[in-house]
Design a protein around this ligand. Structure first.
Ligand SMILES: C[S@@+](CC[C@H](N)C(=O)[O-])C[C@H]1O[C@@H](n2cnc3c(N)ncnc32)[C@H](O)[C@@H]1O
Length: 181
């Protein structure tokens, strides 16, 4: 849990009594496991498109969880469903515009839609890998566009600097999106 707190910049206490969505839960589902061990009253939903795959499902942890097979660009939840949305090392997988032109900006609007008023989303690290110059340029443009869009919806967007595990990311930062009350 320390790693998640450190990389996403929250305290486990902030999650007490909250309904949390994890975007991109990973095969080992480490976050939900550690969260349940360290926070008593928390309700977590795990989202991961890989749950569609039967073989993948057979290999995931046996812990009981609410698992949703879906993508961050199209969230199958009603508006204002979550207090907090967290994603470590998943934004870089699904937001990179050079990998996913159609959906690159859709995740930001979807997050804002399913967040409760006064809720917060933290995703990091931000920006795809430094694979090639095209990727760097298109990712920068996409992020400017996403931030502009969120600000038009009156959301507060903060780019916080931190040190990810690897230096291959374009931005050594996480994105914090706060939905106004
Ligand atoms: C590197 S793993 C994340 C690891 C995990 N957060 C952890 O802490 O162990 C990236 C995750 O993003 C998921 N993913 C891929 N495309 C996605 C999308 N479009 N929307 C949401 N999650 C996606 C992958 O299935 C995978 O679970």
């Amino acid at each position: 849990m320390e790693t998640y707190e450190d990389h996403l910049g929250f305290k486990r206490k902030d999650l007490e009594g909250k309904r949390v969505l994890e975007l991109g839960s990973g095969e080992r589902e480490i976050f939900s496991k550690e969260l349940k061990e360290s926070v008593k009253d928390v309700d977590i939903v795990l989202l991961n498109p890989d749950y569609l795959n039967k073989e993948y499902r057979e290999n995931i942890s046996k812990q009981s969880n609410i698992r949703i097979a879906a993508i961050g660009q199209s969230l199958p939840f009603k508006d204002e469903a979550f207090d907090i949305i967290l994603g470590l090392y998943s934004l870089t997988v699904f937001s990179a515009p050079y990998q996913n032109k159609e959906g690159a900006s859709a995740w930001a609007k979807e997050i804002l839609r399913v967040l409760k008023s006064g809720g917060k989303a933290i995703l990091g690290p931000a920006g795809g890998g430094k694979d090639n110059e095209d990727a760097v340029e298109s990712t920068k443009k996409e992020y400017e566009y996403i931030i502009k869009q969120l600000k038009e919806e009156k959301a507060n967007v903060i780019i916080e600097s931190y040190q990810p595990f690897s230096s291959k990311f374009i931005y050594n930062s996480r994105i914090v999106i706060e939905k106004p009350l």
